[in-house]
Design a binder for this molecule. Sequence first.
Ligand code: SF4
Ligand code: SF4
Length: 303
Amino acid sequence: MHGIVFNVQRYSVHDGPGIRTLVFLKGCPLRCLWCCNPESQRARPEVEFFAAKCQRCGRCLEVCPQRAINPDLEAAARVDRSVCDDCGVCADACPSQALRMVGREMTLHEVLAEVRKDASYYRRSGGGLTLSGGEPLMQAEFSAALLRVAYDANLDTALETSGYGRWEDLEALLPWTQLVLLDLKHADSAVHRRLTGVPNEPILANARRLAKAGHPMVLRVPLIPGQNMDEDNLRATAALAAELGGQEVHLMPFHQLGKDKYARLGQDYALGELPDLRLNGQEPLARARRIFEDAGLRVQIGG
Ligand code: SF4
Ligand code: SF4
């Protein structure tokens, strides 16, 4: 069995207990304006262009079967995405890795072998595998199989999900998933749709089912200045989190670390300049924390 994986990140301490390996699957049904992993969104491998690495040798221009390479080798937008089919021929030919494919097929056992490399760290720290994305429910069969083999190998397993997907797919992962990390991005469905491209009702329905099943769950709230940090929304989100069983809530401060990736993929970054709350967010983070604590929730800032 194969999955499309775009990254395997070792030594994470933010996405579940202990030291963890994050496996990022490609494909996501949401388009959050603040997404810091836009390379996760499309379901298949795609080509990225790193302008600073280009030597202007012209090899890509010679080999592209679709004539998708801009003949102006000084142009920042090198790939015409309207005709590129992400075949990867240019990435193979590029001598400087200025063109590179993001995402590749990996077998279950290739992924598991990567994850098991840090088994000794997991034992000492209580860590394990966190399956992330993109949205793991987009590759539901592969996700279930991977979580199951990891669980059977005595690894701690966690799932990061937007919660947007079929309940049957999510439910099928639960026997092999020790912790679910689920995002609450906005309490109002119309605003949620504007910010992410999808309504929040299916997410809340799945969250309620998880809560009813008593499955261990951490709710994560991305804090995006000017988008979801007004008092009304924070209070409504805190009320939702409390309704879902008063579990732990992680408030995730906004940053723009993924901003440069948009240009590499030929996409626009729609959010503009906003303050990095990890650097300048003391007061608004303290205010948000108070609101969630007032609702009786345990709060952690960060993952
Ligand atoms: S093959 Fe690579 S280095 Fe050469 S022009 Fe194309 S992107 Fe630049
Ligand atoms: S991925 Fe294929 S189609 Fe796209 S620019 Fe490269 S060679 Fe051309």
